[in-house]
Design a protein around this ligand. Structure first.
Ligand code: ARG
Ligand code: ZN
Length: 883
């Protein structure tokens, strides 16, 4: 059944307080809930419809009086109660559930590790008990848990522990009370054999908060980084937004089988183990960074999500877009801002832009869904974060903070909408942004074409903008939206020109400066289909730097920007994001130019200015003027910027240039110079940047597949003292088939077979292989002892990366698609959420070539017509076929 935003109606009944009692056991779990119900209207009593799935109803009582079960309406999805009191009343419901057989990992389930845990967002609470499972129903929860004391010594839920003790038969109990009203999707329960790492945090106003991270005892040493990240997050939210933690206890629990990354349940965050556990030996720099970001993300939800929550699930981006924006800013402040920004934009472009151009394209606030779980997407999260970032770009950091303050002042304790957030931003700044709301309602990535003209006599520079939003399923026609276009203009020395005046259709617009001095970056507000802006008082023709820091999630087209301009920006732009961007644009142009030449077997040559520029970015080469230009470049940016070097400067392409990149041993130098003599692993930006450049160079060298490059990688592999370096060396070796690869993989598995998170990396490496014929190996790995279809991390490690390989997933014979369909159907019987993520790989089948189109379509059809398919997979498969 499809649900529509336009059909939203408030409920007829508020829930004021909820008392839950769980009796957990191996064979069944009973749940009794006692709810204080407040009818909205005291003159009539509409039916009260409660959601419930896979829950066995034991009894219903109203004001203590039992209702005969024949008198209530019970379907597989709802319990409907009629002829209810018009005055406040107590509703008591007894039910039975089976967490021990729940493989969907939503609701209450028993993890493979033996503990009970919950995942309720979006609609998992209905698998625990009958309830109005929607975020605008906010109540105060008290939770009593009873369980066997030996098997489940630790019993956790939201809020404060108010009572605990022993019971008969070896059972014990704990009672938790959460003083804050919350929607049921924030409910959590954990019971198991867990040990905690404990710490404390003193808030600005003097509250001492107990911090606990719970894991099985042997993993406690691996929680040091997560605890550090938590304390950094708490401090950062105080410093940047004035937001403090609001309880005396904050718990994090790590579970090995979890559908998503993590969940922000009030005071009891539950995390996928891979986003908590880290040690230098077992986790990479990428893992450490992800942990920092996600610990921050879930913590920040306490205000943006929990204290102020969503009215309905269409508003998901209200909390997710905002919280992703906050975690991005947090990670930037803790590490390197440009490197973080480059990574975020790269993800947006590869994942979100393609989602926005495919059959599942939807606005940041979707208009409808069949299964909400399918809308936890890069559009809602990452494009949503870009939408929030645009407020900040338009209103300035201070203006944005004023908007946030007003948002909390108005809406603390409420379930609200994206318009409410918009209105707070607008009202706090007396801004007129009405066109901006279209970012929430229109899908598709706008194409922004910007061209320029300099008038020497008038000393003016005109920037002409044109925007176009492509049509998407269900949205053939689009209106122009409001695009903040950040512009810098460089003089011939490469310095930012001072931007004093802007003639805008006759009226002057004030220019915003990001740093505080005279305006060097102007934010042009593009809100019409076609628009012109004219800068005045410019003594010379500038080189323009458009869309600085990626000021809007658009595809930028710049017909008047020349190759020389790009090389100039690569060398000089004060906006580091745009320096990277210029190198990428230039590199891509060269590649596209070289491919047909290579196909015609022509001689290939790369402009020496580009080669020299790239060498300089790596810190090599002879030209001293480049040395100067790149010296200030962030180490991580160097690594980021170099991604086009080997492709462009491969052996053939470089024969005619003096550069001869790989052969002249500069990559070897990069490897040796960036080794560390210190065996101790430090996770900081300097060391990350160093490792990343070294390992990138090593990978490029190994792509040559020569005896000495293999030898070098083997040496790096054996001497590595941390997982970042060890895994990078292994990945380099694995590019080429052969005995060396096989032996390295076997050696790695033997070393790490007891560390499930490390074994997952081993699975990834084999699954993402571009060596032809890998489907056979994939089938073998499905039966390998390290694989388990019931564990989402295993599926994401083995199946996910396979679907991103051009060679094997898209094998001409269709074997890749067939493999995916088989796995999807098998998985769907256990875990529809994960199965649905897998089937998404086929959704863009219309972009494939003709032969592959029909092969992929056949597999989609096979899936869609399977009996007993979940709604999750059905929605993706059918929408993909329909588009
Ligand atoms: N709120 C969680 C987070 O982003 C994600 C929950 C995902 N739930 C789901 N059913 N997909 O932090
Ligand atoms: Zn979130």
């Amino acid at each position: 059944k499809e649900i529509f935003l336009k059909d939203y109606k408030p409920t007829g009944y508020h829930f004021d307080t909820v008392e839950l009692k769980f009796v957990l056991s191996e064979k069944k779990t009973t749940v009794v809930s006692k709810i204080r119900v407040l009818p909205r209207n005291s003159s009539e009593s509409p039916p009260l419809v409660l959601d419930g799935r896979d829950v066995k109803l034991l009894f219903v009582k109203i004001n203590g009086e039992e209702r005969k079960l024949e008198e209530v309406e019970l379907t597989s999805r709802h319990l409907t109660l009629k002829s209810l009191p018009v005055q406040p009343f107590d509703l008591e419901i007894g039910s039975e559930i089976h967490p021990e057989t729940n493989l969907s990992l939503e609701g209450l389930y028993k993890s493979s590790s033996g503990m009970f845990c919950t995942q309720c967002e979006a609609e998992g609470f209905r698998k625990i008990t009958f309830y109005q499972d929607r975020p605008d129903v906010m109540a105060k929860f008290t939770t009593r848990i009873e369980a066997d004391k030996a098997q489940y010594p630790v019993l956790l839920s939201n809020g404060n522990l108010i009572d605990s003790g022993d019971l008969e038969n070896g059972f014990h109990y704990a009672v938790w009370e959460d003083p804050f009203k919350k929607p049921c999707y924030l409910f959590a329960l954990v019971a198991g054999q867990l040990t905690s790492r404990d710490d404390t945090f003193k808030t600005r106003s003097g509250r001492d908060v107990q911090l606990r991270i719970w894991t099985p005892a042997q993993d406690v040493p691996k929680t040091e980084h997560a605890m550090h990240a938590l304390k950094l997050s708490m401090k950062w939210d105080e410093d940047v937004y004035g937001l403090e933690y609001d309880l005396d206890l904050f718990n994090i629990v790590a579970v090995p089988d979890f559908n998503m990354g993590a969940m922000e349940n009030k005071s009891l965050n539950i995390f996928n183990s891979k986003l908590v556990l880290a040690s230098a030996e077992t986790a990479t720099d990428v893992d450490y960074a992800a942990i920092l970001g996600v610990i921050g993300h879930e913590y920040f939800h306490n205000w943006t999500g929990n204290r102020v929550t969503c009215r309905d699930w269409f508003q998901l981006s209200l909390k997710e877009g905002l919280t992703v924006f906050r975690d991005q800013e947090f990670s930037s402040d803790m590490g390197s801002r440009p490197v973080k920004r480059i990574g975020d934009v790269a993800l947006l472009r590869t994942a979100q832009f393609s989602e926005d151009a495919g059959p599942m394209a939807h606005p940041v606030r979707p208009h409808s869904y069949i299964k909400m779980d399918n809308f936890y997407t890069v559009t809602v999260y990452e494009k949503g974060a870009e939408v929030v970032r645009m407020y900040q770009t338009l209103l300035g950091k201070d203006g944005f903070r004023k908007g946030m303050d007003l948002y909390f002042e108005r809406h603390d304790g409420q379930a609200v909408t994206c318009e409410d957030f918009f209105a707070a931003m607008r009202d706090a700044n007396s801004a007129n942004l009405s066109v901006f709301l279209r970012w929430y309602s229109q899908a598709g990535t706008p194409i922004l074409t910007v061209s320029t003209a300099y008038d020497a006599a008038a000393r003016s520079y005109t920037v002409k903008c044109k925007q176009e939003i492509p049509s998407t399923p269900g949205q053939p026609v689009k209106e122009p939206t409001l695009i903040p276009l950040a512009v810098g203009l460089l003089n011939s020395k490469g310095e930012d020109m001072v931007l004093t005046e802007l003639l805008d259709g006759g009226s002057l617009k004030s220019l915003k400066d990001t740093a505080g001095g005279p305006a060097k970056t102007a934010v042009l507000v593009v809100d019409k289909e076609e628009q012109e802006f004219t800068f005045l008082n410019l003594p010379e023709k500038p080189v323009p730097s458009f869309l600085r820091n990626f000021s809007a999630p658009v595809r930028l087209v710049t017909p008047t920007v020349t190759d020389d301009d790009l090389l100039f920006l690569l060398a000089h732009d004060s906006d580091e994001f745009n320096r990277w961007e210029a190198g990428q644009t230039m590199g891509r142009k060269l590649m596209l130019d070289l491919i047909p030449k290579a196909q015609r077997n022509e001689q290939l040559a790369v402009p020496s200015a580009f080669v020299e520029g790239m060498r300089r970015i790596c810190g090599k080469g002879t030209n001293t003027s480049w040395r100067k230009r790149t010296d200030g470049l962030d180490g991580g940016c160097r690594s980021r910027c170099s991604t086009y070097c080997p492709k462009i400067c491969d052996k053939r392409a470089c024969v005619e240039t003096e550069a001869r990149f790989p052969e002249n041993c500069e990559y070897r130098l990069i490897v040796t110079e960036n080794r560390s003599s210190d065996p101790h692993y430090t996770f900081d930006h300097k060391n990350k940047a160093r490792r990343s450049l070294k390992n990138l160079a090593l990978g490029y060298l190994c792509s040559l597949d020569e005896a000495d490059t293999t030898e070098l990688a083997l040496k790096e592999y054996k001497s590595a003292t941390n997982m970042t370096d060890q895994f990078a060396a292994l990945s380099s070796l694995c590019q080429n088939p052969g005995d060396v690869r096989d032996e390295a993989l076997a050696n790695f598995y033997e070393q790490w077979k007891d560390e499930t998170l490390v074994v997952n990396k081993w699975l990834v490496l084999q699954s993402m292989s571009d060596i032809p014929g890998n489907v056979k190996n994939m089938r073998r790995l499905l039966d390998h002892p390290s694989f388990d279809m019931k564990n989402p991390n295993k599926v994401y490690s083995l199946i996910g990366p396979f679907c991103r390989t051009a060679v094997n997933f898209h094998a001409k014979d269709g074997s890749g698609y067939e493999f995916l369909a088989e796995v999807t159907l098998q998985l769907d019987k256990m875990n529809p959420q994960v199965a649905s993520r897998m089937v998404s790989s086929l959704s863009r089948w219309k972009r494939f070539d003709e032969g592959r189109q029909s092969l992929a379509k056949a597999q989609l059809e096979r899936i869609a017509k399977t009996d007993g398919l979940s709604e999750n997979v059905f929605e993706i498969a059918s929408k993909s076929l329909a588009a």
